[in-house]
Design a binder for this molecule. Structure first.
Ligand code: AVJ
Length: 324
């Protein structure tokens, strides 16, 4: 048996507190207040997202899992065995774990912004797969893809499931895909690539229901952002004064999540304040949806020469292996 590397190695990212404060207050002060979706994922936020994935209305996770299940041999054939699986936004590592039996990765690198959550998830997975070298990296890969020296350069398989790419605007998505393509190119072998899950445009009722579940978990997930901000920037948001709102914007092809002020109020935080009129909102997330064609064009524009596509029978979700 191969000796696993130390189960979990966390490289803490030292973002100066000032920078976070600056970034968040600048967004909150815009005419349309907004925050980065990354702030949805503190420890509780990650758990709430995990719960979202179990909801009957939230089809993406389940549909993507169905595609993996149905086409695992084909997928394994396309991506090859024994790669270094680089999980971008690993969360509880469940999606990557499901691929282990088929892909048999040699190394697994889990990257996430939520450190505590990641540490536990990687440690548990290491126990199940002692032969796979594992590493947890706590970093914000939307800023940089600088990987640790210990990550092999050859046969890298970047894994970006769940339609997380939807958080970017199409032009940001293009930039991000270009960076991944670059990382693949600098590998010493040409067999690196990207396995990515993308949510497709479909019936609006289906999409709207997925972000307005009857149990109210998505509402809690959205509202929890305010608890996180209260801690992060010493804000005084009162959750009772805010309401979750999620809807499909058909001109932009995206779900928008907002927190809407139920009444006129003033929010304050370290060194800042803002008044909100009743009905004014904080825009907390975009979740872009694509047509198969539009996304394949984006991959091509990013430099990937080949893409293999798998979709579910309803054509609600697609999985792509993009390479070379
Ligand atoms: C993790 C960004 C893919 O956009 O569907 C779920 C996050 N937000 N419900 C998505 C989310 C509300 C999710 N992504």
């Amino acid at each position: 048996m191969l000796m696993p590397e130390l189960a979990v190695r966390l490289k803490d990212e030292f973002i100066p507190v000032d920078k976070i404060l600056e970034e968040i207050s600048a967004g909150l002060r815009q005419p349309q207040a907004h925050t980065s979706p990354k702030y949805l994922y503190d420890a509780l936020g990650s758990k709430l997202f995990e719960a979202i994935c179990e909801l009957p209305e939230y089809y993406p996770t389940r549909t993507e899992a169905g595609i993996f299940e149905a086409y695992q041999d084909d997928i394994a054939c396309s991506v090859g065995y024994g790669s270094t699986l680089i999980d971008l936004g690993a969360g509880n590592c469940a999606k990557a774990a499901r691929l282990f039996p088929a892909l048999r990765p040699e190394q697994y690198v889990a990257i996430d912004i939520s450190a505590d959550f990641l540490q536990i998830a990687v440690a548990q997975l290491q126990q199940r797969y002692p032969e796979v070298a594992m590493m947890g990296l706590c970093l914000d890969f939307s800023e940089s893809l600088a990987l640790s020296q210990q990550v092999r350069r050859e046969r890298r398989l970047f894994f970006y499931p769940g339609s997380s790419i939807g958080n970017y605007t199409p032009s940001q998505a293009l930039q991000f895909l270009r960076r991944i393509h670059n990382e693949c190119q600098t590998s010493s072998q040409a067999d690196s690539g990207l396995l990515i899950g993308v949510d497709l445009i479909k019936n609006e009722n289906v999409m709207n229901a997925a972000y307005n579940d009857a149990l109210g978990v998505t509402a809690s997930f959205n509202l929890n952002l305010l608890l996180h901000l209260n801690r992060l920037i010493g804000a005084d948001f009162d959750l009772r004064q805010w309401q979750h709102c999620g809807f499909f914007n058909s001109t932009q092809n995206r779900i928008e999540m907002h927190l809407v002020a139920r009444q006129a109020l003033t929010a304050t935080w370290h060194g800042g304040a803002r008044e909100f009129a009743q009905g004014e909102s904080i825009h907390t997330e975009n979740s872009y949806k694509y047509t198969q064609q539009a996304f394949l064009s984006l991959l091509a524009e990013a430099g990937f020469q080949k893409s293999k596509v798998w979709v579910d029978p309803n054509q609600w979700f697609m999985l792509c292996h993009a390479h070379a």
